[in-house]
Ligand binder design. Structure first.
Ligand code: HEC
Ligand code: HEC
Ligand code: HEC
Ligand code: HEC
Ligand code: HEC
Ligand code: HEC
Ligand code: HEC
Length: 325
């Protein structure tokens, strides 16, 4: 949405590359965000379809996630050229205007109202233009976070994603060699990462709130509602959980986000089996009180990943924290 300068490349280096047309393609390949894949080219990526014959169950379930549908060409009934967002909460449309620029539409489709409203970060229906190769590279970063493998350039400098959506090789690394000979070319899984490294890994994309692109760590700012990684890292459960709590504790990587709040109870109870409350909580989901939804603008909301005790009127700031006691 508001990608800022999260490309992982020093802004000065980026503007140098963008200023020189012959360097543009080189710069694009750097937009493949996963460090292990930095040196990889398009031929190193096999695409999700290639995994299907041997990993059918993971393929089928991952294909039905918001990750897999995070980017698509707009359908005839939609606006613009590209539809960003799977529609779990919203879809924003992006259009190629001319050789030099793209426009992010001023109107976004929101599930909560089943209709159009002003795009987050914008002020009216006009839309906002972005130069494709400006130093902040906003349009390139949109494509980079919502697709898999290196970006390339087509006719009239059109940005071409290698594979639509967040697919297998975002998390497992380039897989062409593995497809050819799985035994001698094993792939990694992020499950091997420590909890802190997992936050950084998922956080390459899951920290998209910032207007300015600066590192924002002020958890009191509601614009940081969607910073799942920073918020989780500030939770007592994370800080005192001896590395046992990470994104995968609650989000199986090949499954769609579970929006049934009670389904998370069992995950809390692996560590809090014997918690007895002073108040009546039976029948209510743990996360409804301890990970409350924070509104972000009129039509979006995000679960507060800073697990804590909240009072009903304030889903943003914990009523009590271990730090305060
Ligand atoms: C020709 C069959 C085949 C194809 C195609 C294939 N795999 Fe595999 N994959 C295997 C086999 C066999 C193993 C087990 C290898 C071993 O343990 O020696 C494996 C293991 C894995 C693992 C497990 C790693 C671990 O540590 O547990 C991952 C992840 C994986 N494959 C991902 C992929 C992805 C992503 C693709 C598509 C890009 C893919 N595979 C395509 C056969 C295949
Ligand atoms: C390459 C960028 C990227 C990486 C890396 C990534 N994600 Fe995502 N993730 C996205 C995008 C983009 C969406 C939005 C999908 C949509 O359009 O709704 C998303 C959506 C999700 C959702 C569903 C909620 C929603 O709003 O759609 C969950 C849960 C999630 N990611 C968890 C993870 C976890 C856990 C990891 C690390 C193992 C991870 N993601 C790594 C880009 C990424
Ligand atoms: C740093 C990676 C990153 C960049 C850059 C990025 N997105 Fe996203 N986008 C995400 C992730 C992650 C989500 C999932 C939202 C969440 O739950 O955190 C998402 C969600 C969305 C959604 C669903 C609604 C929402 O806000 O959750 C839309 C629409 C969207 N992005 C459009 C865009 C557009 C258009 C751009 C470029 C202007 C863009 N994104 C740039 C990572 C990114
Ligand atoms: C958001 C990150 C992410 C994406 C996208 C993803 N995986 Fe995985 N995958 C993981 C993680 C994390 C594990 C380890 C899971 C565990 O140990 O519970 C894993 C495990 C695996 C394994 C080995 C264990 C098993 O479940 O058999 C295979 C095979 C695999 N993935 C294949 C795929 C394929 C094929 C795709 C695409 C269709 C895919 N993955 C997409 C994160 C991801
Ligand atoms: C991996 C284990 C683990 C999991 C899973 C876990 N927690 Fe925790 N949680 C902890 C630990 C450890 C503490 C710190 C306890 C202490 O120091 O007394 C804690 C603290 C808390 C606190 C007090 C927070 C504060 O700031 O005072 C609440 C509330 C809480 N957990 C609720 C939950 C809920 C709800 C879930 C599920 C959504 C959950 N926890 C999942 C380990 C976990
Ligand atoms: C203790 C359980 C738990 C952990 C750990 C956890 N999440 Fe979540 N997550 C949830 C719950 C609950 C929701 C809200 C589901 C719903 O919409 O009803 C959620 C929602 C999300 C969403 C959808 C947008 C939002 O914020 O509501 C994304 C994206 C997401 N999580 C990513 C992550 C990432 C990345 C990590 C690791 C940094 C992570 N989560 C760790 C429980 C967890
Ligand atoms: C109706 C809201 C509500 C629900 C539902 C709820 N809690 Fe709580 N929880 C609270 C409040 C308020 C406190 C602080 C007072 C107390 O300890 O009773 C608390 C305290 C806690 C603490 C201790 C925090 C500390 O400071 O020591 C833990 C752990 C916890 N809850 C876990 C859970 C788990 C696990 C569930 C689901 C099985 C759950 N809660 C369901 C409201 C709720």
């Amino acid at each position: 949405m508001k990608p800022g300068k999260r490309s992982g490349i020093a802004p000065d280096l980026l503007s140098f590359m963008m200023g020189c047309p012959k360097m543009r393609l080189a710069a694009l390949s750097v937009f493949c965000l996963i460090p292990a894949a930095l040196a990889a080219g398009p031929a190193d990526y096999a695409g999700a379809e290639a995994c299907r014959p041997c990993h059918a169950a993971n393929f089928t379930s991952q294909s039905n996630t918001s990750h897999a549908h995070a980017l698509a060409p707009s359908s005839p009934s939609q606006r613009g050229d590209w539809a960003f967002g799977a529609g779990l909460q919203a879809i924003t449309f992006v259009t190629k205007v001319d050789r030099e620029s793209y426009r992010e539409d001023g109107l976004t489709w929101y599930r909560s109202i089943d209709g159009y409203g002003i795009t987050p970060g914008q002020h009216d229906e006009k839309g906002v233009g972005f130069r494709t190769f400006d130093p902040a590279a906003r349009i390139l970063t949109c494509f980079a976070c919502h697709s898999t493998g290196p970006l390339s350039l087509g006719k009239e400098d059109a940005v071409i994603p290698h594979e639509l959506g967040v697919r297998c090789e975002v998390c497992h690394g380039p897989g062409a060699a593995h497809v050819g000979d799985p035994t001698h070319n094993p792939l990694r899984t992020p499950a091997q990462l420590t909890a802190a490294a997992m936050n950084r890994f998922c956080g390459q994309c899951h920290r998209t709130d910032s207007e300015t692109g600066e590192e924002i760590t002020d958890l009191r700012d509601p614009r940081n509602a969607r910073d799942q990684t920073l918020r989780l890292a500030a939770s007592a459960c994370f800080l005192r959980g001896n590395g046992r709590l990470n994104c995968l504790t609650c989000h199986p990587p090949h499954q769609e986000l579970d929006q049934n709040a009670a389904s998370y109870d069992g995950r809390c109870q692996t560590c809090h089996a014997n918690k007895v409350h002073r108040q009546q909580v039976a029948g209510l989901a743990c996360v409804s009180c301890h990970m409350p939804q924070i509104p972000d603008g009129p039509n979006l909301s995000f679960a507060n990943h800073r697990i804590a005790v909240y009072s009903p009127g304030n889903p943003l700031l914990p009523a009590t924290t271990h730090a305060a006691r």
